[in-house]
Design a protein around this ligand. Structure first.
Ligand SMILES: Nc1ncnc2c1ncn2[C@@H]1O[C@H](COP(=O)(O)OP(=O)(O)OP(=O)(O)O)[C@@H](O)[C@H]1O
Ligand SMILES: O=C(O)[C@@H](O)C(=O)CO
Length: 421
């Protein structure tokens, strides 16, 4: 194994995995930490996807350290803690605490924070994160249902969450080259820093970062750095098609499930509804009780079977910021999001029983629930649908999935995913 990745959610895991595969690294993604007795994964890169992004820091630390220990036991020397390119972690978030715990576990005294993903509009300049040209706290991320972002300064976010003293390597230094980056880090270390945010405004910056950090035991960041690191770590050129083969999708009964309320998913849902059968989830029916949710999931599954024609039917809870604020006021933010997640969990198990084999899912948490319900243990990473969204094929079931991060993909994504790959 060349690289071990600990991803804090499912779509985040498939996102980085797709960039690794695109550089020619054969990659397998595992759901949660495997048992020691499970077969050793045979791939250049192993991505362990957790569901730790929004959970209390103690739980996130426990799961992330367990993942690091497993990777270590498989001979891994290069570790990557993958979180969202929009940081998705408020003052109370766990990126800082998990990073500190991983540094301790891996016995290293310095790491870097590099969330940028320019191909999807997430750029870092002077330590400030921008989303499609807007500072993070002014972007649609300000009204995220679980992690609303109110600060765009990544150094400040890291220091608010942890005891890491976090400096900056700015874009001017990155553009000077990998040696300049390492010199800047040596200087920061002398000044007592044990972490640094690294700017990147384009892919070239990320390849330079990969070159600089290929010998760093632990790096943290988004899938952009994964691309840079994969290129730097691979010693010979690889056959990308070959690396993607095991993850190519089957062509069977397909369903689209959307539990993301991101701006892009709202637009994608609106577009897809124009030409495909669609069903909007009634939150009221999901908050009453587990039993009622189960009954409701049966009803919705029946609708999906009856409406499974040429185009895959869409079932969505996706709401715009105003509608979401109203729901959250009425039922509570946590209670409503958990109720929707529980609904998608129940529904997907029923859809599988009803013969659906291809799942296109929007939203990281939602993908986590669906994957769990489908009893998928891991995936082979296949061809890319949009930057950061590959088709993946379950290692233990005849099921293909496209797990889309909330804001990823173009407006016609749900149609594109149903094309030929
Ligand atoms: N109508 C709704 N009312 C309340 N909560 C909702 C509604 N629709 C979705 N949610 C909740 O919002 C959350 C969306 O998170 P999810 O991770 O699935 O999407 P995302 O944050 O846009 O994606 P990503 O993490 O990949 O960027 C989930 O917990 C989901 O249950
Ligand atoms: O980094 C990203 O933007 C995505 O992989 C993600 O983590 C969103 O859930």
């Amino acid at each position: 194994m060349i690289l071990g990745v600990i991803a804090d959610d499912f779509t985040g895991g498939t996102d980085i995995a797709s960039f690794l595969v695109k550089e020619g690294m054969s990659t397998i993604q595992l759901i949660g930490v495997p048992e020691a007795s499970d077969p050793t994964p045979d791939a250049d890169a192993v991505v362990i996807s957790l569901k730790s992004r929004s959970c209390p820091k103690e739980e996130a630390i426990k799961d992330s350290v367990a993942a690091a220990r497993y990777l270590k036991s498989q001979g891994c020397k290069n570790f990557f803690f993958k979180y969202c390119s929009t940081f998705d972690s408020t003052e109370e978030g766990n990126i800082g605490p998990v990073t500190e715990a991983l540094m301790k576990e891996l016995n290293t005294d310095f790491t870097i924070f590099s969330p940028a993903l320019p191909v999807n509009g997430r750029e870092l300049f002077n330590g400030y994160l921008f989303v499609k040209g807007l500072p993070l706290h002014e972007s649609p991320m300000k009204s995220h249902p679980v992690n609303p972002m109110h600060d765009s300064n990544v150094m400040r976010l890291v220091e608010m969450q942890s005891s890491i003293k976090c400096g900056l390597v700015n874009d001017k230094t990155v553009k000077t080259g990998s040696k300049a980056i390492l010199d800047a880090i040596a200087k920061l270390k002398d000044e007592g820093y044990n972490g640094a945010v690294i700017d990147a405004i384009d892919d070239a910056d990320l390849y330079t970062q990969g070159e600089a950090f290929k010998d760093m035991i632990l790096v943290t960041g988004g899938s952009g750095l994964g691309m840079g690191l994969a290129k730097a770590l691979l010693t010979s050129s690889q056959d990308v098609k070959e690396a993607q083969n095991k993850g190519r999708p089957n062509y069977e009964k397909t369903i689209v499930l959307s539990g993301s309320c991101s701006a892009m998913t709202n637009a994608q849902v609106a577009k897809y509804k124009e030409s495909a059968p669609s069903f909007v989830v009634n939150i009221e029916k999901c908050v009453i009780s587990d039993e009622k949710t189960d009954e409701y999931a049966n009803e919705v599954c029946k609708w999906a079977v009856e409406n499974s024609k040429e185009k895959a039917p869409l079932i969505y809870a996706t709401a715009n910021p105003e509608a979401l604020a109203k729901i959250q006021k009425e039922y509570g933010a946590k209670a409503s999001s958990l109720a929707i997640e529980n609904f998608f969990y129940k529904l997907s198990a029923k859809l599988k029983e009803a013969g659906f084999k291809k799942f296109i899912i929007a939203g990281g948490e939602t993908s986590g629930q669906v994957t769990k319900a489908l009893k998928v243990k891991g995936f082979y990473i296949g061809p890319t649908i949009a930057p950061g969204v590959p088709w993946v094929k379950a290692v233990n079931e005849d099921i293909s999935l496209a797990l889309k991060s909330g804001n990823f993909g173009e407006i016609d994504f749900f149609n594109q995913a149903q094309g030929k790959f």
